[in-house]
Design a binder for this molecule. Structure first.
Ligand SMILES: NC(=O)C1=CN([C@@H]2O[C@H](COP(=O)(O)OP(=O)(O)OC[C@H]3O[C@@H](n4cnc5c(N)ncnc54)[C@H](OP(=O)(O)O)[C@@H]3O)[C@@H](O)[C@H]2O)C=CC1
Ligand SMILES: O=C(O)C1=N[C@H](C(=O)O)C[C@H](O)C1
Length: 250
């Protein structure tokens, strides 16, 4: 059986370099390109890449995806910075290339995907919910894509359950003291040397709290999800948002 031809964009970065090694080690995948900043995207077409794994940064991802989708190259995207406007633009490109698949995964680690699912399930049962994400200090964006997605999922679950607004008597506060407001959910970002990628969802009700915590201790935690995404995206046209759609979580 022929191997799936995979390219990595952002190949010299923290996660990209790990992805290069993971693709090289997979028996059913062939690494056909490993591109860094300044390398030409034409390499993707020239090498016949079928899937591009996009791990660059929010300033680069849109141009890369426009090229990939325009050339019928499927994409697995870990890069953060997604907004409704960006998703609409991507969907526009995909509508002109309906056989192409794009997976955007705010987080590729199974533990983080489960954290989001558990938080979504728990959200309706507690009066208060806040998210704390903790990352290495070289991370470009805050809050993390995972935290933003977690907060959106929590907010949607609370809306669906018709939950009352969260109790919070704060009437004066220093800017930032209550974190960022993502869909009504406070999200707090910590940047600390020694950390990699961590998240806590704190839920509070009368006389009890529940904490859901996940820790990525090494970039290897993201690799099974990236490889699964590459294998599945080629038969999943259109936009898939979240690795959970490629996992049997029920
Ligand atoms: N979904 C997930 O599970 C995960 C997502 N991420 C996300 O992945 C992204 C990358 O993270 P991280 O590896 O830590 O960041 P790094 O800065 O370490 O790596 C990004 C790399 O991409 C390069 N780059 C920038 N623009 C381009 C371009 N146009 N073409 C090719 N390469 C380019 C950068 O080069 P230069 O240094 O010259 O700018 C750098 O080498 C972030 O958005 C991060 O949040 C990270 C981990 C897990
Ligand atoms: O930049 C990182 O490191 C990570 N980025 C992603 C995010 O913003 O959620 C995923 C993970 O948290 C690691």
């Amino acid at each position: 059986m022929s191997k799936l031809r995979v390219a990595v964009l952002g190949a010299k970065g923290r996660i990209g370099s790990e992805a290069v090694r993971a693709v090289e080690a997979a028996d059913d995948l062939e690494l056909v390109a490993a591109l860094g900043r300044g390398d030409t995207l034409e390499t993707l077409a020239e090498t016949g890449a079928q899937v591009a794994v996009e791990l660059t940064n929010p300033d680069s991802v849109m141009a890369n995806l426009e090229y990939c989708v325009g050339h019928g190259i499927h994409a697995v995207v870990g890069t953060t910075g997604w907004t409704d406007e960006r998703l609409a633009q991507l969907n526009g490109w995909l509508s002109a290339s309906p056989e192409t698949g794009v997976l955007i995964a705010p987080n590729f680690s199974i533990g983080a995907v489960l954290t989001m699912k558990f938080a979504q399930q728990a959200a309706r049962y507690f009066e208060s919910v806040e998210v704390i994400e903790l990352h290495h200090p070289n991370k470009a964006d805050a809050p993390s894509g995972t935290a933003a997605r977690t907060a959106q999922l929590i907010a949607a679950a609370r809306r669906e359950a018709d939950c009352a607004p969260q109790p919070d008597a704060t009437s004066t506060a220093l800017d930032g003291a209550r974190g960022a407001d993502v869909d009504g959910i406070p999200v707090h970002s910590v940047r600390l040397r020694g950390l990699l990628a961590h998240q806590e969802v704190l839920l509070g009700g009368e006389g009890e709290t529940l904490t859901i915590r996940h820790d990525s201790l090494h970039h290897s935690s993201f690799m099974p999800g990236i490889l699964l995404g590459a294998r599945r995206v080629v038969t999943t046209p259109g936009l898939t948002f979240g690795l959970e759609h490629f996992l049997d979580l029920n």
